[in-house]
Write a new protein. Structure first.
Length: 296
């Protein structure tokens, strides 16, 4: 009996040790498409869910409880034969230490997503060769999600995942596909990974680690110290924004963090409040009215 218990315990341990990195909810929104075969979207949803969640994206070991919570929502805009024009909204989050709160790490809407798909197609992916724009885009965001999560727990810890995302971008340069090309847009997949891995943005990635590991994760023990650590790093956002206006790294960070920042600094000292409003309004002037809520 003891051997049997040991055997089942070993199986459970192996299952946990080899758990995949992502626990991703895939949604397909086809509300804008009338009179089409809706079953194809259910099949696509299941195939993508299996593709994302059952694949080992890195060589790292994750326990089942450590899988990264994320979501990808594909909004179908147009269908012509087997070609789909869509948008994809990607979001990831992680728990804050010793709390029930989950902080958003990444929140981005990609408006340039076109792919070919026939129901029951096998979803195949090769990091160095683009055979399907569908799997290339999904894999790219899988690596972005993993990279940001790792950066939040370890200083520059997501570099290898980000480099995998960069490999996909490089492989896509020769293809006639939107969203991948340099200088095509300042707000596309190329621009995002280019920012992330740019040497000058290491300051941001270090701030990203400080914000989460030394700021948020410390707030359950000492809210004042955690908030002070976040406040200490805010000038990095202004410095980088002045050097590289409208950079994707800064804009996607604020898209994910605006509400959180307002909540954090609303409880700060008078100086923390005024400094936060000044810096955030300088970096993102379109949101200055909302940042003023910090002072109330």
């Amino acid at each position: 009996m003891k051997k049997l218990i040991f055997f089942f315990s070993l199986i459970c341990w192996i299952g946990m040790a080899n758990a995949q990195e992502l626990n991703c909810t895939i949604n397909i929104n086809s509300d804008q498409i009338q009179g089409s075969n809706k079953q194809v979207y259910n099949t696509l949803k299941k195939s993508l869910t299996d593709f994302v969640n059952n694949r080992k994206w890195t060589d790292l070991t994750y326990a089942s409880s450590e899988r990264i919570e994320c979501s990808m929502t594909i909004i179908i805009k147009k269908v012509e034969s087997d070609t789909y024009t869509a948008e994809i909204q990607v979001q990831s989050r992680r728990p804050v230490f010793n709390t029930n709160y989950n902080t958003t790490l990444f929140n981005f809407k990609d408006n340039s997503f076109t792919f070919d798909y026939k129901e029951f197609d096998q979803l195949e992916f090769n990091e160095n060769t683009i055979t399907s724009n569908l799997t290339a885009v999904i894999a790219y965001y899988a690596y972005i999600i993993i990279g940001y999560d790792m950066d939040s727990f370890s200083r520059l810890g997501g570099t290898s995942a980000f480099q995998s995302a960069e490999n996909i971008v490089n492989a896509a340069q020769g293809a006639n596909l939107d969203g991948w090309k340099a200088f095509e847009s300042t707000h596309n997949r190329y621009a995002l990974i280019s920012n992330i891995l740019d040497e000058s943005f290491k300051k941001f990635r270090n701030f990203f680690y400080d914000y989460h590991r030394l700021g948020l994760d410390e707030m359950s023990e000492n809210a004042s110290n955690g908030r002070a650590r976040i406040a200490e790093g805010l000038p990095v956002l202004r410095e980088l924004n002045r050097d590289t206006p409208s950079s994707m790294v800064i804009s996607t960070f604020l898209d994910a963090k605006n509400d959180e920042l307002i909540n954090i600094f609303s409880k700060g000292t008078t100086k923390e409040k005024s400094d936060a409003v000044e810096i955030l309004s300088d970096v993102n002037p379109t949101m200055s009215a909302r940042y003023e809520q910090i002072l109330k």
